[in-house]
Design a protein around this ligand. Structure first.
Ligand code: TYM
Length: 332
């Protein structure tokens, strides 16, 4: 049986970027890959690489858990769990820190970007973050890791870690493959279409769509998305980043390719195009929001998280023991 592993950080609520780049892929793959076990977690240990308020963190963890199910993950098919509840993640994270080099961590784009905006009080874990991510993946001998484009560099370092460990201590880890969606691996901001849509990097809430935003608010955000003074609805990332991003979102959420959309809107205005896209996004998110409200306070949610944790723990324990033995830690 193959294994698929992925996670989402509970820092703020989930964006349309997270949904299109990651979560939607999890759901599609769950239905396609019948020969694969799924381990999907809430990466709460990763969240504390930057300061988090306690009550908010707790709330966000539960929100992501409920959203996983509301978006269509079947908790009886997929092992859903909270990263910190399987302590082997942190333990193997330390082993990965003892496998990877500081220079390799410092070269990570996400770290370099954060470093530029913040000079003081950068937590050590922000630097060592990729080591923990490598542990998350290697702990389960994952074959496949679906992520958005921004995580591909972290996946590369995971492969480096697996390789180096295997070289040093003998064959132990599997090298995983990354998987990004064909359309929508990098959804851009609605106000700043040259930077990634992100819940944390911008103070302007019109730049991102949250999965749980009120539908009227979502429609308004799309209608006020930045475009350009040209009138053609064509994909041209360089010269028309705003329209190109909207075309990407539209295509990712419909059965129409970008080419189909260019044709469909050949003689239409930006206004009509945006209005149709607003409907497409709202129609996608309305049933998710409804299910979310049914699940968020249900007892089943905790049961699913217990069940997922227990299954994950069994594999993680066995793997970590093997790793310690290979290195020569402790007694036999
Ligand atoms: P995080 O929480 O920042 O994002 C979760 C997932 O959403 C994708 N994503 C996007 N995709 C397209 N467009 C965007 N604008 C966009 N923004 C985010 C991310 O690429 C990611 O797939 N380090 C990870 C969480 C993690 C993880 C793991 C993932 C921890 N351990 C092990 C896979 C395997 C992160 O911070 O994702």
């Amino acid at each position: 049986m193959k294994r698929l592993v992925s996670g989402i950080k509970p820092t703020g609520e989930m964006t349309l970027g997270n949904y299109i780049g990651a979560l939607r892929q999890f759901v599609n793959l769950q239905n396609e890959l019948t020969d694969t076990e799924f381990y999907i977690f809430i990466a709460d240990l990763h969240a504390i690489t930057t300061p988090q308020e306690k009550q908010t963190l707790r709330k966000n963890i539960k929100t992501i858990a409920a959203l996983y199910i509301a978006c269509g993950l079947d908790p009886n098919r997929v092992n859903l769990f909270i990263q910190s509840e399987v302590s082997e993640h942190a333990e193997l994270g330390y082993i990965m820190e003892s496998t990877l080099y500081i220079g390799e961590m410092e070269r990570m784009i996400q770290f370099k970007e954060k470093r530029q905006t913040q000079t003081e009080g950068i937590r050590t874990s922000l630097l060592t973050y990729p080591a923990l991510m490598a542990a998350d993946i290697l702990l389960y001998d994952a074959d496949l890791v679906p992520v958005g484009e921004d995580q591909m560099q972290h996946l590369e370092i995971t492969r480096t870690a697996a390789n180096r460990f295997n070289y040093l201590y003998g064959e132990t880890f599997k090298e995983p493959e990354g998987f990004t969606p064909k359309t929508g691996a990098r959804i851009m901001g609605l106000q700043n279409p040259t930077s990634k849509m992100s819940k944390s990097s911008t103070a302007n809430s019109k730049d991102y769509i949250l999965i749980l935003d009120d539908l009227a608010v979502i429609k308004n955000k799309i209608k006020s998305a930045v475009t350009d003074s040209d009138t053609r609805i064509i994909f041209d990332k360089e010269n028309k980043p705003g329209i190109s991003n909207l075309l990407t979102i539209y295509s990712a959420l419909s059965s129409l390719s970008i080419k189909d959309l260019e044709k469909k809107y050949e003689n239409e205005s930006y206004g009509t195009f945006k209005s149709d896209l607003a409907d497409v996004v709202a129609n996608e998110l309305a049933p998710i929001q409804k299910r979310f409200n049914e699940i968020i306070n249900s007892k089943e949610l905790d049961d699913y998280l217990d069940q997922g944790r227990n299954n994950a723990k069994k594999i993680a324990e066995r793997k970590l023991k093997k790793v310690y033995n290979k290195i020569g830690l402790g007694r036999k």
